[in-house]
Design a binder for this molecule. Sequence first.
Ligand code: PMV
Length: 313
Amino acid sequence: MPAFTATSPGKIILFGEHAVVYGRPAIAVPVQQVYVRVVVAPRIPGKAGDIVLQAPLVGMETSLASLPPEHPVATTFRLLFEHLGVKQIPPMNILITGTIPVAAGLGSGAAVSVSLIRAVSGFLGRPLDNAATNALSFEVEKIHHGTPSGIDNTVITYNQPVYFIKGRPIETFHLAAPFKILIGDTGISSPTSITVGGVRERWNAEPDRFEAIFDQVGEIAQSARRWIESGQTDALGSLMDENQNLLEEMGVSSPELEQLIRAARAAGALGAKLSGGGGGGNMIALVTEDTAAQVQAAVEAAGATQTILTTVQ
Ligand code: PMV
């Protein structure tokens, strides 16, 4: 069996995080500048079922058998082998590398599960199609997020912009014109399951208030889609600002995110917001050819540990 490699991009949520868990629409796009890559190679010599994993970025070097069963990687293997009905597992070495920061809202968890599913199923000569890859990685997302919407695994599996509504078939849409987004990392790791759980507690305590916030976020995502489809992308800036206000009301922003967001706006960004689970992780700002460099410098000066300029197209 020859070695098999699969690579997945990162992602950002442009509009609608958290409200998407409650059935409102959201928009997410892949980010090609960051990636996760999984290489599966035959383990020689090795006995059946012998699977050794290396993930240098998170300091992991272990056998699959010694991972706790609820570990996302162990879960991915279990679900994949169940799905394929594989009984005799050939010995393999798995190398996971990449540049997507962990627990930062850029989809590292989904990128690992999607890449693993593709690389291992390909190695076994039984490559899964997108629908099956997406469905299995959604099950793994439940470990990361508790009650995920499925937006991360969907945008990463299909590797294209998506207009996403939980439980509905994937909807892609037409971008009339490309636009630029500057991504800034607070450097603070913030597991999505914690922020998603926090929103759920506050929603339980004040359901009417939170439903009204989610409705407003859903309307923003709908308007954003219209502006993107008609090429009036500058108008997305004020929608990002409005979405950020609502995320602050939900209690998922943080002082560090707001510092980067303020710096981006002051340096000429058309709008800015947190992206993903919040509480830390990354913010995004809408920039133009002319403002990109100055916004990037301002966000770095305000404390971003990493910035990425990406073109949505
Ligand atoms: O994985 P993150 O941090 O990009 O967050 C995903 C978006 C949420 O809406 C917060 C959760 C979800 O499952 O949709």
